[in-house]
Design a protein around this ligand. Structure first.
Ligand SMILES: *[C@@H]1O[C@H](CO)[C@@H](O)[C@H](O)[C@H]1NC(C)=O
Ligand SMILES: *[C@@H]1O[C@H](CO)[C@@H](O)[C@H](O)[C@H]1NC(C)=O
Ligand SMILES: *[C@@H]1O[C@H](CO)[C@@H](O)[C@H](O)[C@H]1NC(C)=O
Length: 363
């Protein structure tokens, strides 16, 4: 005869694997803040619809397509710089110098900053602060913030033709004019593409988005919301990873703002935080599905993943900043140069300012 304690222990032991197997199904997701409330979602939908309605036919242009394919003939195309931050913008003095390197104002600057922080840049008339909401790591709020930036920039100025996402830890690696020429004019900038150029003239603009289809943790990231949560819209073969710091054409900014299908999938909270970086998947997956030939699959923002800690890339310290570092960071296998880099600790501002004119903005 079995004693009762034995039976109890035995059945407890037996139930352990069952619990382990079922836990993800019956336990609620991690206690991360449920980030996107219905009212926030509604605000966004209204903003995006507004952007879609007013961007398809820019008021200043009867031919919207001229914003997507065209050449040096149109002197008025602008770059929208989109800063996504949850602290002060540490490198504002460097960016101010950067924007002063050009005599023409072919740019706009938009900032999405966490509403709970004070950003000193708020007094700088060049920087336009858009209505912002709180963001959280490992949550789809970072996707929402980026889409808000794109929608506001689409709405604000029909001449915005490239949209570049940056953070408070990003720095420029060249002068404004170099970056402008690389994006809009240079027939040789993109080393991976010969078709968009003919007779030394750019015929087509592409978005610069890192798109990787074989990352080592891709499967874990794919099932972070549940094994079949992404189906049927996003089968695993279409799931991609890449940097959220990208440069999009106006056409692709609209694709992102218009999307409802993939957003419904990617806004679902993850079960585990350590495999949850929705913003690193949403944009590369969406754009590679929507227009694979219109994107380059690499980014223009250099980031150093050697010795990564806790999902954070290498962060450059004061004693690492030097002219040689800037030259090294520019080197790319995909384009003539990287145009931006991250991440730098705020104290790097001084040493960076010291080499700004003699190195960074000297092309
Ligand atoms: C922001 O500034 C206000 C007014 O100067 C101050 O009361 C508040 O404590 C500041 N908040 C933070 C997070 O620094
Ligand atoms: C990248 O980071 C590693 C340390 O994690 C450092 O040794 C290396 O020099 C960095 N690369 C560049 C280009 O600075
Ligand atoms: C460029 O490609 C070479 C050869 O494939 C590789 O060794 C090097 O690490 C690459 N450099 C960068 C910056 O990706």
């Amino acid at each position: 005869m079995f004693s009762t304690p034995f039976v109890l222990t035995f059945s407890l032991l037996l139930s352990l694997p069952i619990l382990f197997f079922l836990a993800p199904r019956i336990l609620p997701p991690h206690p991360t803040p449920i980030p996107i409330s219905p009212s926030d979602e509604l605000d966004d939908i209204n903003l995006f619809n507004n952007a879609i309605a007013h961007s398809s036919t820019p008021p200043s242009s009867p031919h919207p397509s001229k914003f997507f394919h065209l050449s040096s003939k149109n002197p008025n195309l602008k770059i929208a710089f989109l800063f996504l931050t949850n602290t002060d913008l540490h490198f504002t003095p460097l960016w101010n110098l950067f924007f002063q390197t050009t005599p023409t104002k072919l740019f706009n600057i938009y900032v999405h900053s966490d509403p709970s922080i004070n950003v000193t840049t708020i007094n700088n008339p060049l920087f336009k602060f858009i209505p912002s909401k709180k963001t959280y790591r490992a949550s789809p709020t970072l996707i929402s913030a980026t889409r808000r930036l794109l929608a506001n920039a689409l709405l604000d100025d029909p001449a915005n033709a490239y949209f570049i996402v940056l953070s408070q830890f990003c720095i420029p690696l060249h002068s404004f004019d170099y970056i402008y020429r690389s994006l809009f004019l240079s027939p040789t900038f993109d080393l991976t593409d010969t078709e968009s150029t003919q007779f030394g003239v750019r015929l087509k603009y592409k978005s610069f988005v890192e798109i990787i289809s074989n990352g080592p943790r891709l499967w874990k990231r794919y099932i972070a919301r549940g094994r079949s949560e992404m189906m049927p819209e996003v089968p695993f073969e279409k799931f991609r990873v890449g940097s959220q710091f990208f440069s999009l054409t106006r056409k692709h900014a609209l694709v992102v703002v218009k999307d409802r299908t993939l957003w419904r999938k990617f806004k679902v909270p993850c079960y585990r935080d350590d495999e949850c970086y929705p913003e690193e998947h949403y944009f590369p997956t969406l754009l590679s599905m929507a227009d694979p030939d219109g994107v380059t699959s690499y980014t223009l923002t250099n980031v150093n993943w050697t010795g990564t800690v806790n999902g954070h890339p290498h962060t450059y310290e004061v004693d690492e900043v030097s002219p040689e570092l800037i030259l090294r960071l520019r080197k790319s296998n995909h384009s003539e140069s990287y145009l931006f880099a991250r991440k730098f600790v705020p104290d790097c501002l001084g040493p960076l300012m010291a080499i700004a004119k003699s190195v960074i903005f000297k092309d």
